[in-house]
Unconditional design. Structure first.
Length: 458
């Protein structure tokens, strides 16, 4: 996800943007969503009500106990009503905590045991589901419209979705649409299948009457969709995407990790990555008469295909690896496309944001494990300071070693999860230097206590 640019304000308000507000309290009972088990697969069938903004769903969660004697399964809380819940066929009762949804098990699970949790539910998601001109789309808060563990960044699970929509509507979700079949009441059922396991915050879908344009770059297809712009406008607005893909692929040392990458254009200021596509609002893009280098949202969300979606921070503590690197790569693209002054200008924005936080008395090491007082403060560190650290590393290591280190890091952890130590190791291997002092200063902080405590919740 990106920080709003033109609408930038300080401090940023939690309600206006998608990342969960860091000021949110941990569950009162100390229960943490996703602890003690590992989801291997989510299989969903959803029927969205476009006019009402509600959904009805069936979901099968395949999971494995990672703790001996697991007594309950805890997921992120949401506003959905659970109609039925069965574990391996036997009924289990849902129990709502302040910020959790738990299922108490009749018999504790042995470590390593795999089970199937089958759920049906309905309701109006409080977040993460927005109306578009002709339908709706999701944004970030997947566990508001399905049952999952939102903040368990390090858990990547297989994902499939069957969407029941009025005939004639188009759909977008993860990966490829693998089947269309007739549904009840004149509806159609569109089946989507993710090409690889992804973290839950990257799940999503969209439904609407979309205009469409396509392009190719390398072995990948680029799909442009919108219900607020036609094919010509889509092609004009996203004309640079193939060049961005080529640039980012070279810097990552890996081609675009998906066979089809889609960009969904909507109204407003949206800038949100999903596993294999991005949602971009018109207000986040250059307008017809604006300077073209204001294309930060397009390249930022695209860069997440490598840094964030493919190589994912293990916990929110290392979220700067998702967002700081992506913010830096936005500046690097601008340097490549528009010249050094555009790179400097992008970093100047980051520096101003960090300076603003410092003026308010807030500055932390990048991998700080504490609780951020606001979303603005979190972003000043994890987005802005993260980008500045990458730029500083580049200066310190030189062009060859820095980019070699980034390629090494990206290739070594493709499809997996990372901590700051992984980036340090890759940069050290590429440069032959001991980077402990530099990472100590910027990333871990001088006080080991600061980063020693495990982070349970953002
Ligand atoms: Zn982002």
């Amino acid at each position: 996800m990106s920080m709003p640019r033109r609408r930038a304000s300080w401090p940023l308000l939690c309600a206006a943007i998608t990342l969960p507000c860091s000021a949110s309290a941990a569950p009162a009972d100390g229960e943490i969503a996703g602890e003690g088990f590992e989801v291997t697969r989510y299989a969903l069938a959803l029927t969205p009500d476009m006019a009402g903004g509600t959904i009805a769903g069936r979901e099968i969660v395949s999971l494995r106990a990672t703790r001996e004697g697991l007594k309950r399964l805890i997921f992120s809380g949401n506003g959905l009503s659970i109609d039925s819940a069965r574990l391996d066929g036997a009924p289990v009762a849902p129990r709502r905590g302040e910020k959790t949804l738990a299922f108490d098990l009749v018999r504790p699970l042995a470590r390593g045991r795999t089970v199937r949790l089958e759920l049906t539910y309905h309701g109006r998601p409080a977040r993460g589901l927005a109306a578009s001109a002709t339908g709706l789309y999701t944004s970030y808060f997947a566990c508001d419209w399905m049952i999952c563990a939102q903040d368990k960044f390090g858990e990547k699970a297989a994902f499939s979705l069957e969407l029941s929509v009025p005939a004639g509507m188009q759909t977008l979700s993860l990966g490829r649409r693998t089947a269309v079949r007739p549904g009840p009441d004149g509806r159609e059922i569109h089946r989507w299948q993710a090409p690889r396991p992804y973290s839950a915050y990257l799940y999503g879908f969209a439904v609407g009457r979309f205009a469409r344009a396509n392009a190719r770059v390398g072995g990948a297809e680029l799909a442009l969709l919108s219900d607020v712009a036609g094919e010509t406008e889509l092609k004009r607005r996203f004309a640079e995407t193939p060049a961005m893909v080529r640039f980012l692929s070279a810097k990552a040392g890996l081609p675009l990790p998906v066979r089809t990458y889609s960009q969904l254009l909507v109204e407003g200021g949206e800038a949100q990555e999903a596993a294999t596509y991005s949602v971009l609002g018109k207000d986040s893009l250059p307008s017809g008469d604006a300077v073209p280098e204001e294309d930060w949202a397009i390249v930022h969300e695209l860069a997440h295909q490598w840094w964030g979606n493919l190589v994912t921070c293990e916990t929110l503590r290392d979220f700067w690896l998702n967002e700081g690197i992506t913010t830096f790569m936005t500046a690097a693209w601008k340097e490549h496309r528009y010249g050094r002054a555009a790179y400097d200008a992008e970093l100047k924005v980051a520096r101003a944001r960090l300076d603003r936080a410092r003026a308010l008395g807030f500055d932390k090491p990048l991998a700080w494990a504490g609780r951020y007082p606001s979303l603005g403060a979190r972003r000043a560190v994890q987005y802005s300071k993260g980008a500045l650290f990458m730029a500083h590393l580049r200066e310190q290591l030189g062009e060859a070693a820095f980019w070699s280190g980034l390629r090494r890091y990206t290739r070594a952890h493709a499809g997996g999860t990372v901590t700051s130590r992984d980036l340090q190791a890759a940069m050290e291997a590429a440069s032959g230097r001991d980077l402990a002092p530099l990472f100590g200063e910027w990333v871990y902080g001088s006080n080991p206590e600061q980063t020693a405590a495990p982070q349970s919740h953002p």
